[in-house]
Unconditional design. Structure first.
Length: 451
């Protein structure tokens, strides 16, 4: 079986390298790491390997990163970390033993010592990737390069663009390199992690820095699927999707790829290829700048729970100067980030992640009363948002009609509608218990059964 393939739609030079990022389940055990090794070795252009920490081997297994957060918690409570760290130690030692890799015990001892000495939460969480990159580099006879040498954050906490030349500088030379995902250094030189799932972002930064032919993201599904496989049984795979569509889907919960992973590669026109470590011959999903809209107007459906909406009604709101601005300023004042702000003539809603609102509800409502003097104000909790996405939507009539008919037929009460300004998505808000049935109803309405 050959895993070589023609790289089209991106950089054409055959010598351009490939960056291959392997996610948690792809590196969860010695058996999985053997698959990684076979994939990497099957194409000499795969020169930069980015790894996650070991993920779950079975559905009720623990991710090493979760155990490390637990370790950090235990250590900061002043409790002995050895029993918790022991679970992590066992994972690495078992993998190292099965793969015949030596030298992990000393590295694990060093990490344990630093945790006991008071390392920060980010430093502790980042060790999952660090330890695994050391182990896998050893197995592949590759050079280990610490992400701290390459990836830097600015004082605002965002990626410092100097990371690109820095990465390029540290990844010079012949042979294979293994880089841990998920972290870099902040402006003070301390380890800082990305948000969860952030190894995808590391891979994208390295692909951009090395001007890769393609950024391969190896995971446990054969690419991006039209819907979350935990909700829809056997959803149809997506062969090609644009960066914009992927961004909408991943931001809204299709967490096969971290939503921030799109930016570094999109600017450099480097295609992303999502592939399955357990079925490398499956075509996977290619993410590109442009695609021809096909007969399927909808490319995917994604959503998540955990939103709160504040609904404000006031007669003749449309005639009042600065009503929307004042509403949003109240949220700003409480440091609340918002997601959507649908308006109508006499009413306006703002939707935000419930965690943004936590502990501030009462004060926000009081301030709204005081400043906006509304006829009515309501706060609705436990809202789920569902995005139906596709570039063909803007030019096709009747899409919204089909979507709402499907939801109505399934007896689902739509609490919010927002057609994104990007014109490639329609977002609906439903109550949390309606979330899964709503996704199923939309999927059924747009995806014809095969055969
Ligand atoms: P990794 O550890 O390789 O980074 P993740 O767990 O982060 O993998 O992402 C892969 C998972 O994303 C899949 O196992 C699947 O359960 C989930 N997922 C959610 N929505 C989708 C979707 N639309 N397409 C594919 N996978 C999805
Ligand atoms: N190990 C980290 C996490 O579990 C990062 C990643 O897997 O991408 O979130
Ligand atoms: Mg992931």
């Amino acid at each position: 079986m050959s895993l070589l393939y023609v790289v089209d739609g991106g950089k054409q030079e055959s010598s351009a390298p490939i960056v291959a990022k392997f996610g948690g389940t792809s590196v969860a055990s010695a058996e999985q790491i053997q698959k990684l090794a076979a994939i990497v070795r099957s194409d000499p252009r795969r020169r930069y390997v980015v790894v996650s920490a070991p993920g779950k081997r079975t559905p009720d297994d623990k991710k090493v990163t979760d155990l490390l957060y637990l370790c950090s918690h235990v250590a900061h409570e002043g409790v002995d970390v050895k029993p918790t760290f022991g679970l992590i130690r066992d994972r690495y030692e078992e993998i190292a033993r099965d793969l015949g890799v030596e030298g992990m015990t000393e590295i694990l001892d060093d990490v344990e010592r630093e945790i006991i000495a008071g390392a920060t939460e980010d430093w502790i969480a980042s060790r999952g990737e660090y330890l695994h990159a050391r182990l896998i580099a050893n197995l592949l006879d590759a050079k280990f390069v610490d992400a701290g040498e390459c990836i830097r954050f600015g004082p605002d906490g965002l990626l410092d663009p100097r990371s690109y030349p820095l990465t390029n500088q540290h990844l010079q030379g012949e042979g294979l390199f293994v880089i841990p995902g998920f972290y870099g250094l902040n402006a003070e030189g301390k380890v800082k992690t990305f948000s969860r799932g952030g190894s995808d972002v590391t891979g994208a930064i390295i692909a951009r820095a090395m001007d890769a032919a393609v950024y391969e993201n190896w995971t446990d599904v054969s690419g991006l699927l039209m819907a979350d496989p935990r909700i829809i049984e056997g959803p149809r795979p997506i062969q090609e999707v644009t960066y914009r569509e992927l961004r909408e889907l991943s931001y809204m919960g299709a967490n096969v790829l971290h939503d921030e992973a799109v930016f570094p590669v999109r600017e450099a026109n480097i295609p992303i290829l999502i592939k399955n470590t357990n079925a490398p011959e499956d075509p996977g999903t290619r993410i590109v700048q442009e695609r021809e809209p096909d007969e399927n107007v909808i490319i995917g459906i994604a959503g998540k729970k955990g939103f709160t909406t504040i609904f404000v009604e006031k007669a003749l709101m449309n005639l009042e100067h600065g009503f929307g601005r004042k509403f949003l300023e109240i949220l700003d004042h409480f440091n609340i980030r918002w997601e959507h702000a649908p308006t109508s003539i006499d009413s306006m809603s703002v939707i935000c992640a419930s965690e943004e609102m936590e502990g501030k509800e009462q004060q926000v409502l009081e301030e709204i009363q005081l400043i906006l003097d509304p006829d009515r104000v309501d706060m609705l909790h436990d809202l789920a948002l569902i995005a139906t996405v596709g570039i063909g939507m803007a030019h096709q009539v009747g899409i919204a009609g089909r979507l709402f008919a499907a939801l109505a037929e399934a007896g689902i009460n739509v609490r919010m509608i927002n057609q994104g300004a990007s014109e490639i998505n329609i977002i609906v808000g439903v109550e949390a218990p309606d979330f899964e049935p709503a996704v199923r109803a939309i999927y059924k309405a747009f995806v014809k059964e095969e055969g």
